[in-house]
Design a protein around this ligand. Structure first.
Ligand code: AHR
Length: 527
């Protein structure tokens, strides 16, 4: 045997040993976890639809969300369509963005829409008092936002000004946007270049009116809502879906008062804002510089969302057992300290695999409550909080959270399949969290999709998954994971965290067995 043949023989033996070792590890993990990690998907059941609007987004006049993130103006060297960046439109279309909420947020309750129409050079300027005290030149207004929505093929969700506005102002905005006939407002729209009404259906009546939206009591807001909503008219065939400004976090009194005093007949939805953060106030901790304690704290906070939602839903059920009013989680996501050296009022933070897990868990929990939750909006789309897209001059990149929305888009308008999950704990010192989180759905072509999160950053998880009532013929999947708990994408390395095919799945009749890597999000497609 010459030197080279001896070398290739050794290489072959080594490869065989690696394969045997990997297989032994797989079997070992599977056997160890067989009883511990089990998911039963009732593939022969399911009646509720997971509204695609659960996968909605939110863009406020805040930092570089609108200006720089989406709007660069017609004269920019950055490729754009009528001032709107082409690269971000393309990226958002890929994840089938179903709706976009605008113009805020806190900004909504100091925004006067008439300042944002007509020739841009003549639009008055204002101070964005909430977000850095910068000058807002109103160059991105109603026409620009609705043009963006048309380019994206997405539904606009417009939030009106209750805090510092007037009933008449909001009423006229609806007329300007939706009225088809002859009226002063519809004529003004035509004069500004838009013949056809847009027919916007979703209207938020104020934002956080217990706080930045006017510091109101729940009782006062409920009365205000009734006034505002009365004069938001249905024009033509467009029926308005009015969303009452709801509670922040665990403010159950707010939900109780809105349900009792506004009642199911007057609102399509009631909102809820829930951010995943360590504390309100500073310091909240860095988006990227954290140890396992910091990782654990955020996932612990994130896993509180089911309880908070269920408590709000229980109140809604009391007044509305038929579930006519949707729970609209129109602001959610992680909130950390801003990146060093950036404007504290611009809320720019990085995004790691930890954020991807937070997104995966929220979306699973929303899916499982789709009989009540019919819309949700991640805060915020570009360059702010848990963004899906970062821009820097002419560069654009996607975050780990973007990839979760891409992987989970298979759930849009699919039928929720009930599931039961039993799993091991992820333990850090004396604290524990359930290591796995899941949801499942069947799409209109009969394919079943299962989304899974393994939050344990140190251990992979063997999982036995039974699809009751289904004989599995084929399964494919994608996995999003990373080498470190703080792995993230940058403009220099935009693909550090990105999904890859997930292949290690064994089929046995109606059972699947697999090993979910540590800190991973996996989505399976089963036929
Ligand atoms: O998303 C940032 C801010 O958070 C929003 O403007 C406000 O509604 C919430 O407090």
């Amino acid at each position: 045997m010459n030197k080279y043949r001896g070398h290739s023989f050794r290489m072959t033996c080594r490869r065989i040993m690696i394969v045997i070792a990997a297989w032994t590890l797989f079997v070992h993990v599977m056997l160890a976890a067989k009883d511990a990690n089990q998911l039963i998907v009732h593939a022969d059941q399911g009646k509720e639809t997971i509204s695609r609007h659960i996968y909605g987004h939110f863009s406020e006049h805040l930092g570089h969300c609108i200006y720089g993130g989406i709007w660069v103006g017609e004269d920019s060297k950055i490729p754009n369509t009528r001032g709107i960046r082409k690269d971000v439109v393309e990226a958002l279309k890929k994840i089938n963005i179903p709706n976009l909420r605008w113009p805020g947020g806190c900004f909504a309750d100091e925004y006067h829409w008439m300042d944002g129409i007509g020739p841009r050079s003549k639009r008055p300027k204002m101070i964005n008092t909430h977000w850095g005290g910068v000058t807002e030149d109103n160059s991105f207004g109603t026409h620009e936002f609705l043009d963006l929505c048309e380019q994206l093929g997405t539904e606009p969700v417009i939030c009106g000004n209750v805090g510092s506005g007037a009933v008449e102002e909001m009423s006229k905005w609806v007329e300007y946007i939706n009225f088809d006939g002859v009226s002063p407002l519809a004529d003004m729209r035509r004069m500004n270049g838009r013949e056809e009404p847009w027919g916007v259906r979703y209207w938020g009546v104020g934002n956080e009116n217990w706080g930045c939206g006017g510091e109101m009591t729940a009782e006062f807001y409920a009365d205000q809502y009734r006034r505002y909503a009365t004069y938001c008219r249905n024009y033509g065939r467009s029926r308005l879906f009015k969303i009452a400004g709801g509670a922040g976090e665990a403010d159950y009194h707010w939900t109780e008062v809105c349900m009792e005093h506004i009642g199911p007949g007057r609102m399509w939805g009631l909102s809820l804002h829930h951010y995943t953060t360590t504390v309100w106030g500073a310091p909240k901790g860095s988006a990227t510089e954290f140890d396992e304690q910091g990782y654990f704290v955020i996932l612990d906070k994130c896993l509180k969302i089911p309880e908070v939602i269920d408590n709000h839903i229980a109140i809604m059920d009391k007044y509305d057992p038929q579930k006519r009013v949707a729970l609209v989680v129109d602001e959610w996501g992680t909130w950390y300290d801003v990146e060093p050296g950036t404007n504290p009022g611009f809320l720019f933070q990085q995004n790691t695999i930890r954020d991807a897990l937070v997104a995966g868990i929220h979306l699973n929990e929303f899916n499982k409550r789709c009989d009540r939750i019919r819309m949700a909006n991640l805060a915020q789309t570009f360059n702010v909080l848990q963004a899906v897209i970062f821009t820097q001059d002419d560069q654009m990149m996607t975050t780990p959270t973007y990839h979760v929305f891409d992987m989970y888009k298979v759930h849009h308008d699919a039928t929720l399949l009930p599931s039961d999950l039993k799993c091991e704990n992820y333990q850090l010192d004396d604290k524990i969290l359930p290591s796995l989180n899941a949801s499942a759905s069947r799409d209109s072509s009969g394919k079943v999709h299962i989304s899974l999160c393994n939050i344990d950053p140190n251990r992979s998880a063997g999982l036995d998954c039974e699809l009751q009532g289904m004989k599995v013929k084929k399964v494919t999947g994608r996995v999003l994971t990373a080498s470190e708990i703080n792995s993230h994408n940058t403009f220099e390395k935009p693909d550090t965290v990105k999904p890859v095919p997930f292949k290690d799945i064994k089929i046995d009749g109606s059972h699947l067995s697999m090993v979910l890597p540590a800190k991973s999000v996996v989505v399976l497609e089963v036929q």
